[in-house]
Design a protein around this ligand. Sequence first.
Ligand code: PEP
Ligand code: MG
Length: 324
Amino acid sequence: LARSLDHMASLPAETADGHRVCLLVNTGLMADVVRSLERGAEGVGLFRTEVPFLLRDRFPSEEEQREIYREQLEAFAPMPVTMRTLDVGGDKALTYFPIEETNPFLGWRGIRVTLDHPEIFLAQVRAMMKASFGLNNLRIMLPMISGLNELETARNLIERAYRELLEEGYEIEMPPLGVMLEVPSAIYQIRELAERADFISVGSNDLTQYLLAVDRNNSRVANIYHALHPAVLRALQEIATTVHAEGTEVGICGELAGEPGGALLLVAMGYDRLSMNATNLPRVKATLRAVRQADTELLLQQVLKMDCAKEIEQTVSAFLQRIG
Ligand code: PEP
Ligand code: MG
């Protein structure tokens, strides 16, 4: 297994007819880094910054954060590392910052929390940008964006932090700023978001949960949580097409990108960057290398006509079986 992993790591992530895709990893712990590099990741598409926050009993200081972020950025440099600003709330609770709500997934989560606490946000983005000094491989990404005003407020804070750092003598570049597309309202503002952000990355775990109104962690309704539901597929296609029409790069960092069948459909839709757990990366790459882009497009056209998630899942598995 180790030898075949090594072999796969050195091969390009492209379809049999040469359509190149960028395969990235989702990280949170330093332990993810070695596995990611061994498996040939081309950078980090999602560094879940809340993971180091969850492992502590108080907010890490700006300097503690800088050290954590520096390790990630250094490990992957010159490859890009996309750091998501703190995404707590929902199912992710900090013991030292309790949020009690009856409906947490529709409550105070992600960007909503950090925009209400600009001191937390500013310390975090300052730490990220300081950490990127001399490397310039940082990208910043905002979770749970539901409207343009949140992007603008966040951008203003980041620009303010950036100007302050320049005044403090840090010669750094302004990092690209991306929006996670995981709230349905953002689908209907995707053109404006794509125009104003440097990149868009779909958080398909939450997007599926919110589109289908199915709690992603509730086993009672797990049988109706379908990442390949026709409505989800149509949304994913529309997002990719609209973002590309704006000349903006579009990626995905939800679990769907790490499933071979999901990855094929996403590539057919035009997604440029797929970010996944390092464990899934070799399998996804092997699958992509075994198909031609035109065949993934035929598969996509076929499943986009279907109106039942189960039928789509079966069609995709049968396709995967045929290619071995
Ligand atoms: C997502 O929602 O798809 C995502 C990548 O973010 P998280 O799983 O951390 O909510
Ligand atoms: Mg999410």
